[in-house]
Structures are given as structure tokens and as C-alpha cells.
Design a protein around this ligand. Structure first.
Ligand SMILES: [Cu+2]
Length: 201
């Protein structure tokens, strides 16, 4: 009897049933909490859920600044498909020389203060950024295949909220780690999955 009522509702009010389904989906999320150990500068760690369903939020501005002869931030995590704005905030010349391994992806002169150039990253990966004028300048764009990512705090703690419940691979990446570490995690609805990573230099 109840089933028939639901079917009738769906037939009569397809929009209503769609919004009900959305409300239900919103509740079926959990979170991942954990720690990063084994490496210094833990705030450079990106933690992400590899294969959970979801889309990136449009309209987010991802900025990598060049200020006081430093790239800021040192590590910028972005979801795949994101556009990153590179800015020179210094009154001196820099460039942005980006590498995939040893291969140059692009190499831009950033001659003028306030200059902005944009690049969309279409593939997951680790993009190294250097400035040929100032060898001490270094940054990374970590392109992740997911909208679910976060960074560790200075004590190595992290929290990743709003992940759809399910079993996923969760990965921790750090530019100084020998390799990323991945673990399989079961994220409960309305609950917490705990993960402790130990990265090696
Ligand atoms: Cu420079």
C-alpha cells in the first residue's frame, strides 16, 4: 500500500520526488579524520578521497601568488578541471616555470606587478613550479581527481567533511614524500572514518 502511494507521488510530482531524493542524499555522508606522521612541514600534505562521486563547485578562484620572492601557497590542491590564476604581486620580474617530472608544461614571464595568467589543469598529477630568476622559489599544484580533498594542519591533523558514505581509496600526498600513501577506507553514513598516515621521505 505504501509503495503505491510513493509511486503515485513520483508520477504526480516528479519535481517533489527529485528534491526528496536530494534531501536523502545530503544525509548519507560521513567524514574522514586522521593524522599525518613521518614527515616535516605537514601543512604541505594533501589528503583526498580518490573515487567518491561528486562534482567540483563552480566559481571557486584558485590563486597561486608570487609575493616577497615566494610562491604562496607552497602547495595548492585543486580538483581536476580547475583554473588556477598565477599572480605576480612583486615589483620585480618573476617567471612561472612548470614541470611534469622533467618536462616543461609551460614557462611564462611574469614581468609586471599585478600581472595574472591563467591555466586550466585537465589531468590529475603533481605539477612543480619554479622561478628561473629566483632558484629558491618553489611551489606545487596538486591536481586531484575528486572534489573531496583537504590539507593537514601543522600538527598533522586533518578532517574531510561531507563525503558520500561508501568504501573508497584515501590518499595522502606530500611533495617531499618518496611516494603517496593510499589506504582503503569505509566511510559510514553520518559517522567518522579514522585514518593515520605515515609518509616516508
Ligand atoms: Cu622569481
Amino acid at each position: 500500500m505504501k509503495k503505491q502511494t510513493v509511486t503515485a507521488l513520483v508520477t504526480m510530482f516528479p519535481l517533489l520526488s527529485a528534491s526528496m531524493a536530494l534531501a536523502a542524499a545530503v544525509d548519507v555522508v560521513g567524514r574522514v579524520e586522521g593524522t599525518i606522521k613521518g614527515i616535516s612541514k605537514r601543512t604541505a600534505t594533501v589528503i583526498y578521497v580518490e573515487d567518491a562521486p561528486g562534482t567540483i563547485t563552480p566559481g571557486t578562484r584558485y590563486v597561486l601568488d608570487q609575493k616577497d620572492k615566494t610562491f604562496s601557497p607552497f602547495v595548492l590542491p585543486v580538483p581536476v578541471g580547475a583554473e588556477v590564476v598565477f599572480v605576480n604581486s612583486d615589483p620585480i620580474m618573476h617567471n612561472v616555470h612548470s614541470y611534469n617530472g622533467k618536462d616543461t608544461i609551460f614557462n611564462w614571464g611574469m614581468a609586471i606587478q599585478g600581472m595574472e595568467l591563467k591555466k586550466t589543469f585537465e589531468e590529475p598529477g603533481d605539477v612543480l613550479l619554479l622561478c628561473d630568476v629566483h632558484p629558491e622559489m618553489e611551489a606545487w599544484v596538486k591536481v586531484v581527481p575528486t572534489p573531496y580533498y583537504t590539507m593537514a594542519d601543522e600538527n598533522g591533523n586533518f578532517v574531510l567533511e561531507g563525503v558520500p558514505a561508501g568504501e573508497y581509496t584515501v590518499t595522502a600526498w606530500h611533495p617531499r614524500a618518496k611516494k603517496p600513501q593510499s589506504v582503503t577506507v569505509s566511510i559510514p553514513a553520518n559517522g567518522v572514518a579514522k585514518v593515520d598516515f605515515k609518509l616516508k621521505k
